[in-house]
Design a protein around this ligand. Structure first.
Ligand SMILES: [Zn+2]
Length: 381
């Protein structure tokens, strides 16, 4: 152990030397109380003097990176010294952290530049891009359209009823050069990979609009033009989007209900096809009824029979399908459910059903064929 004294003061030097003095076995020679008596000072201020005016170090206990020995300024710290061996000092870990932040920012910059090279043209916006852009404005934009907050700052179902689809919306707008990643996005949004690439978590990133504020106003005005809306309502692409949202709403409810019963199941093509069939005749609110019944029955089946949770969950799709067949065969008046508290209307649903079709949450409350019929019977101007 090497002692370094940082003062020229005789008394302080002497106190520090007494404090750090060790015998052959490495034991401290004087107790703090004895040093206090010797120097006629209070014991409680000794550690403060020592900390201020001296430190000890050992060449064998140093930072793994810079090889600078650790400095110990109290006996307690010194006794714990082996914990420091081979670790990284504060200066080096701070430098490493800054280096990682800089690397991540560099990836964000590359990612942004790849998008920023092409400026979008308002005149050639396709329908899907327009709807997604309006959805992002509705859900995540700040008041003056100057920034888009990270999706991860909002509850589930803010953007769409499906977290995977949320990312598709963001990716679509990036691919269409409409959103630029913000360089001040949280470093946690960028994951550095071992092969010197990086993965950007879009849900954790913030964005800027590629359009300026005037262009955004112009875009919104153009989109909300009555004639433009009328044209949108008749386009096959729009109808496909309506169907997709309704399907996502049902799947989200199915997953929530299964989780409530501690049954887990990942809905695939078969489930989607069954729900699509239901949507041809019934509203989402009515299909909630089929789903509620099917998951309740699956949970009861699990409780009373000796089957696995997976087997129980696998009965759900068949059960929904049976409800559909019976409802159609006997012309049931299927009771519509209300929205589940945990599954509020998403912004995408709001844009499609409230704004474009013009009725509050109608995509939930009414079957699509009915909505489109009403729409057709509306005068075109
Ligand atoms: Zn270091």
């Amino acid at each position: 152990m090497q002692l370094e004294i940082l003062t020229n003061d005789q008394q302080y030097t002497s106190i520090c030397e007494d404090y750090w003095q060790q015998d052959e076995d490495g034991k401290f020679v004087l107790k703090v109380q004895e040093i206090a008596v010797k120097h006629k000072i209070q014991a409680r201020i000794i550690s403060q003097y020592v900390k201020q005016h001296a430190y000890v170090w050992s060449a064998s206990i140093c930072c793994r990176y810079c090889e600078e020995p650790y400095r110990f300024s109290s006996r307690a710290q010194y006794q714990e010294r082996n914990r420091y061996a081979g670790s990284i000092c504060q200066k080096c870990s701070e430098a490493a952290r800054k280096n990682i932040v800089a690397q991540k920012r560099n990836f964000l910059l590359q990612f942004r530049q790849a998008t920023a090279n092409n400026k979008p043209d308002l005149a050639t916006f396709d329908l899907k891009s327009s709807i997604y852009l309006l959805t992002i404005i509705h859900a995540l934009s700040n008041e003056d359209f100057s920034a888009i907050n990270p999706l991860s700052d909002y509850p589930d179902y803010t953007l769409s009823p499906d977290p995977i689809f949320d990312r598709c919306i963001l990716q679509h707008l990036i691919d269409k050069h409409l959103l630029l990643i913000n360089l001040d996005s949280s470093p946690e949004a960028v994951e550095l990979n071992v092969d010197d690439t990086a993965t950007i978590n879009l849900a954790m990133s913030s964005f800027d609009f590629a359009l300026d504020r005037q262009e955004i106003y112009k875009f919104i005005d153009g989109f909300l033009d009555i004639e433009a809306l009328q044209n949108i309502r008749h386009s096959p692409e729009f109808i496909e989007l309506c169907k997709l949202i309704q399907l996502q709403e049902c799947i989200a409810f199915l997953i929530v209900k299964l989780e409530e019963h501690q049954l887990y199941f990942s809905p695939g093509e078969k489930t989607q096809n069954t729900i699509r069939q239901c949507l041809e005749s019934f509203s989402v609110a009515q299909i909630y009824n089929f789903i509620w019944r099917a998951t309740r029955d699956a949970a009861a089946y699990y409780m009373r029979s000796n089957v696995s949770k997976k087997q129980a969950a696998n009965t759900v799709v068949r059960s929904i399908s049976r409800s559909l067949e019976q409802a159609l065969a006997y012309d049931w008046d299927v009771k519509a459910f209300s929205r589940n508290y945990d599954l509020p209307q998403s912004s995408l649903s709001y844009v499609i059903f409230n704004i474009i079709l013009g009725k509050d949450d109608c995509g939930f409350k009414q079957p699509l064929h009915e909505l489109l019929q009403e729409n057709d019977s509306q005068p075109d101007s």
